[in-house]
Design a protein around this ligand. Structure first.
Ligand code: GAR
Length: 190
């Protein structure tokens, strides 16, 4: 069985969806949910589903005796960024080369980068009168929302959609596709 660690900074609807998916699929489990925010709702969701949680600060994220040790202790095979708002430091990217993936709520390379998260993304898509949006799942590197794309899914936007409508359409795609793509990535080398 493979072991997944999820990094998240916010509400955690993706984390919850991924945890539940792998509770029903014996190929992997979510062993750990880590957050840079002690009051992030993702921690409640994870504890309610009996998944261990860990809160860290910047120093613990970058130190060789911090987060990296916790990941090793749990034999983590894949790191999933699900609404994680810090860049991943090189100490983690080196150790988990090709094993850190991120989801972004837009069709990268458009609408990515620092400050582009949550409703900021959907408002920008709305302002530019885009006819479609979607999700991008990609390998993470040292930059925000960068790295090789693994998968994208699109949704059509209507002229009268507001930013909440766009967010809902994108969220549905995240719920539908993210866990299955994580499974594909986990099993691709077998
Ligand atoms: C998701 O929409 C995810 O795509 C986005 O944060 C949200 C987290 O929601 N990530 C980014 O914007 C990364 N740049 P959640 O906490 O409910 O899963």
């Amino acid at each position: 069985m493979k072991h997944i660690a999820i990094f998240a900074s916010g509400s955690g609807s993706n984390a919850e969806n991924i945890i539940n998916f792998f509770k029903a699929d014996p190929c992997a489990e979510v062993s750990l949910v880590l957050s840079n925010k002690a009051d992030a709702y993702v921690l409640n969701r994870s504890s309610n589903l009996s998944v261990k949680t860990c809160v860290f600060n910047r120093e613990e994220l970058t130190s060789s005796s911090g987060v990296i040790k916790v990941l090793a202790k749990h034999n983590i095979d894949l790191i999933v960024l699900a609404g994680f708002l810090w860049r991943v430091p090189s100490i983690l990217l080196d150790e988990y080369y090709g094993k850190v993936i991120n989801i972004h709520p837009a069709l990268l390379p458009k609408y990515g980068g620092k400050g582009m998260y949550g409703m900021f993304v959907h408002n920008a898509v709305l302002m530019n009168k885009e006819k479609e949006s979607g999700i991008t799942i990609h390998y993470a590197n040292q930059n925000y929302d960068d790295g090789d794309i693994i998968f994208q899914a699109k949704c059509e936007l209507n002229r009268d959609d507001n930013a909440d409508d766009i967010a809902n359409k994108v969220h549905s795609l995240e719920m539908e596709y993210f866990p299955a793509i994580i499974k594909k990535v986990l099993l691709k080398d077998e």
